[in-house]
Every structure is written in C-alpha cells, then in structure tokens.
Design a protein around this ligand. Structure first.
Ligand code: HXC
Length: 511
C-alpha cells in the first residue's frame, strides 16, 4: 500500500466515525467531539494529534473502540492564544476512559503544562472503561495527578457536556472552573440507581446532578448554560480575562469604554436607611469598563459576588458582598466561594478589588454546627495569603470579624478606601448600644427615643469612616463618583508590588 493509500484510508476511517457520531449525538441534542472543538477554537487553528492511536485490547467482551479510542486531543488558538484541549466522544463506548484514551489526555495535559498554555476538557463520558479494569483506573489517577501538578500554573477548565459519573467527576473537581449545560450534562459520584438501592430515594439524573443543581446548590459548577454552544463560547470568554500561565502577563484590552455619565449615580446609590438593600452589581457595573463584569458562580452563595472584570483594559478579580441577598452576611458557602476565587486570582497575579458591605457572619446553630468557624477561616486565610495588589472599598457596613476578613488593612490590604456612608466598628449600632448602654436603657422611661439618640451618637463618634482614617485603617475617605478614577490610579501605583514570604513548602489552609 502506498503512502497515499494509507492516508486516504485513514481519512475515510475518521469520516466514518464522524458520520456515525453526528447522528447519534444530534439525536440527543448534543454536539460531536469535533464539533465542540470547532466551537472552542479560532477557525482553522486546531492541530490534532494521536488521532490514530490504537485502543487497548480487552479480554472481557471482545469489544474494542475505534481509532483514537474515543477522545480527540490537540492544540488550537483562542483569541489568538495557544490553548490545549481534549474532547471525549460519547459515541465510542460511551466516551469511557480506557488506557489509550486516558494516556492521550495525560499527554495533552503534560504538553499544556510544559508549554504554559491553558487546558480545556470537553467531558462526555461513562467513566472508567469497565472492560479495561484497573488499567483505566490507573489512567484516571494519572490525569488527577496532572490536574494537581498543573494547578496554579496553567488555567484548567472543564466543560461537562454529558455524563461525568463516579470517580470521573474528580478531574473536573480538581480544575479551576467547571461549566455545565442544562438537561444534557450531569455529575455525580453515585447515580440514581445506587441512591434508590441504598437510600430508597427516587431521583432522576437531572435532579441528582444536573447543571442547575451543581450551579446553585453544590457549587461544583461555576457556570451553567442552556446549550453547548453557549457553554463553550463563555469558556472562550473566560479565557480572554486570564493569563496563559502564572508567569505570563495578563491580556490587556485596548478598547476601553466606561459609563462616564453614570459615575455621579454613585453619590446617591446607597439608601438613607442603612437596613435597606441595594444591588452591589449596579455599583460594579458603573465602576468597571463597560459590560466587562463576568460573574463566576452566579447562582451559588449569592450573598457574595465574585468575578472578573476589566478596569482601564486590565483584568481584575472582584469580591463583593451583596446586600440584596441575606443582607450580605458571610455564611459557609460564601466564605468558601470567596476563598477559592481569591486563591485563583492570587495564583495568576490578578489584582483584587474588594467591595465591602457586610454586617457580619451569619448567626445560627445550622451555620455553627456545619463549621462556619472552619470555613470562614478559609476566606480569612485566602486574603491574608494573597500577595497580589488588594484594594478594598468599604461601601457601607464593615462590622466585626467580617470587617477583618474582607481584606482589612491589617490582613495586608494595600489600599483601603471608604465611602462617606461607611460604618466601621466592632458591631452594628443596635447590638452595640444594648451592651454598652444597658443600664442607661433599663432606667429610661422612653427607651425608643433614647435608642435613637444613642444610635446616632454611636454612628457619629465610633462607627464612622473618619475615625478609621484617623488611625490609618482607612487610607482615604473618597467621594463615590471618584472611585473609578482612584481605583485606576491605585492599581497603577501597585502594579510594581514586590513581596517576599517566609520560605515554606506550603501553608496548611484549614480545609
Ligand atoms: C464501557 C461503557 C461505559 C463504561 C457506557 N458504556 N459506560 N462502556 N465502560 N463505563 C457504553 C455502553 O455499554 C453503551 O455501549 C454505550 O457506552 C452508550 O451507553 P448507554 O448506556 O447506552 O448510554 P446512556 O443510556 O446515555 O447512558 C449513559 C450512562 C450509562 C449513564 C453513562 O452508560 C452508565 O451508567 N454507564 C456506566 C457509568 C459508570 O458506572 N461508570 C463507571 C463509574 S466508576 P453500546 O455498545 O451499547 O453502544 C468510575 C471510576 C473512575 O468511573 C474512578 C476514577 C478514580
């Protein structure tokens, strides 16, 4: 057989696989592995390798997968930058991970790490290939180890577009961001049948581990979309904010637009009544470059907001309390969500902006018994540990332990600003006067009136931002409408930030 014949035969084999795959996948409302790759990469840039790797032989069923063993791997460009990817093909033995399949993924992971480029996994798999037994488990273990080795060096993104079951969920879980789709993707350690058998509970796959469940309840998924194209396109968008690796510079946008005329809105955006909520997203959207706020974990722990944005064209990470949800209190989920985001930004040198309006940690037995102490400590640890430029703006409430946690000056905040509406103290006025003025209040004939007077006095004499400024815990009280301008200058000032930390293997974060 001539070289040309071999070439033609291989092309035909690939085409046949593709034709079968198209029908099967489309019938389920899903794309094929190669179609997904096409959506992910800039047109015509994908360079595939290992397409003809032979599958391992199995003794169990005689069944064998086809060329490439059910996974497409390679490298392409996303907005002109190098990105590696693998896409599992469910039409080949359910996308199950055999030895060859796993080795291909491990190889592309290792190349991405060696070459300092992000990696995207397009996952659609029935998990470990049963016929290959331990070999497929070993292949998974290699993939997990590679995930951990790459963590903090190259961004890793998982896009779940079908099943991810059993131990197979742990590769996505080890990556930085998980995307899912509604109705067509699901993740669980044990499926509905096992749940029925062990617990006698009836639940379907969507209810147990569908996209919405993981985006809103478990927090496993950072993003969920209605269809595959959107999920993949938004993964491209996410990549546009990130550096390729922990040493590369951040991508900078030269097309800077912002809401110039809306800056004045900020002077009146905080309600007169300190207990009235407002939407922190309105503040974020006015401050950052137009339409650049890209929220992460939008549906999970909505009392805290995290996400990327651009300020004067440069990527920043934002962590903000959301007074609209649970008054912006910090609970377990919010603490863990915030901590993870802060650590990601720190690993990739993304400066942090903290917008603060937090009355405290959420009280209650449920939170205490579930470990708010242990989990709240994660956020505290993450902010203390982060060495990227950190700028905090106290918008309104900043009370007690929650004030300290949210990147206060003494945890290493580089610039800590406050709006005139800021209230900074050990606790809010209501609680404080009940303790400090207990005797006085007990004796009073007009308790309500006295409470009003004491509250005003407390706000004026103790909880106001000028007191914090006097002792250097606030660098400056700023006019809200000047905030964007000040932030741009402050981040520019901090752009040369140098740091040195004591030598150690790694810290021991309270997991
Ligand atoms: C081999 C598999 C397979 C697997 C699916 N297939 N999963 N082959 N190993 N793990 C094959 C099926 O036999 C079938 O082959 C084809 O893929 C499509 O599967 P269907 O069941 O027809 O598809 P569907 O109805 O959509 O169901 C998808 C599914 C189901 C929910 C994923 O296939 C399933 O439950 N699979 C097993 C999941 C699982 O338990 N995996 C092991 C998890 S433990 P034919 O020839 O009929 O088309 C694990 C350990 C990892 O992964 C540990 C890492 C530490």
């Amino acid at each position: 057989m001539s070289k040309n014949d071999v070439f033609e035969q291989r092309k035909k084999a690939l085409q046949l696989m593709e034709d079968n795959a198209v029908v099967k996948q489309h019938l389920k409302g899903k794309l094929t592995a190669r179609e997904r790759i096409t959506v992910l990469f800039d047109e015509g840039t994908f360079f595939e390798f290992d397409a003809f790797n032979e599958p391992a032989h199995s003794s169990l069923s005689g069944k064998q997968s086809s060329f490439g063993d059910g996974v497409v791997v390679g490298r392409g460009l996303v907005q002109g930058r190098s990105v590696f990817a693998y896409a599992q093909d469910f039409t080949v033995m359910g996308g199950s991970l055999g030895f060859t399949h796993g080795s291909k993924i491990a190889k592309v992971q290792e190349m991405a790490l060696k070459l300092g480029a992000p990696i995207v996994g397009l996952i659609d798999s029935g998990g470990a290939r049963i016929q290959e037994g331990m070999k497929s488990l070993a292949a998974y273990a290699t993939i997990f180890r590679n995930n951990v080795r790459s963590s903090g060096i190259i961004p890793q993104i998982s896009i779940i577009l079908g099943p991810a079951a059993g131990g197979a969920v742990y590769s996505p879980a080890l990556t930085d961001f998980v995307f899912m789709t509604n109705q067509t993707s699901y993740m669980f350690v044990t499926g509905p049948d096992v749940v029925k058998e062990v617990l006698n509970q009836d639940i379907d796959m969507e209810g147990l581990g569908g996209g919405n469940v993981h985006a809103s309840k478990s927090g496993v998924a950072h993003f969920v979309y209605d269809d595959e194209e959107h999920a993949i396109m938004y993964a491209r968008k996410l990549l546009s904010y990130l550096p390729s690796n922990n040493f590369d510079p951040m991508p900078i946008s030269t097309n800077v637009q912002f809401y110039e005329t809306r800056q004045d809105f900020l002077d009146n955006i905080i309600p007169d009544d300190a207990n009235r909520p407002y939407d922190m997203k309105d503040i974020i959207n006015i401050l950052v470059d137009k339409d650049t706020f890209f929220e992460v974990h939008e549906k999970f722990a909505q009392n805290i907001l995290v996400g990327f944005a651009r300020l004067d064209g440069k990527t920043i990470g934002i962590v903000a309390n959301q007074p609209k949800v649970m008054a912006g209190t910090l609970d377990i989920n919010a603490s863990v969500k915030g901590a993870r985001f802060v650590r990601f930004c720190d690993a990739y040198n993304i400066p942090l902006l903290i917008l603060e309006d937090v009355p405290g940690f959420l009280p209650g037995t449920e939170q205490e018994h579930s470990g708010i102490i242990r989990n709240g400590a994660k956020l505290l640890y993450a902010f203390c540990e982060a060495t990227v430029p950190k700028i905090t703006v106290i918008i309104r409430k900043a009370y007690g332990g929650a004030y300290i946690v949210m990147s206060s000056k003494n945890t290493g905040g580089d610039f800590n600003f406050a709006w005139p509406s800021a209230e900074i103290a050990v606790m809010g006025p209501a609680g404080a006067i009940k303790i400090v003025n207990r005797a006085e209040l007990a004796k009073s004939d007009n308790k309500a009136e006295l409470e009003k007077i004491l509250t005003e006095k407390y706000k004026n004499e103790i909880a106001n931002p000028y007191k914090a400024e006097e002792v250097g815990l606030i660098d400056e009280v700023i006019i809200p409408s000047d905030t964007r301008k000040i932030l741009i200058t402050a981040f520019e000032v901090l752009s040369n930030k140098q740091y040195s930390a004591p030598e150690r293997k790694h810290g021991s974060i309270p997991l």
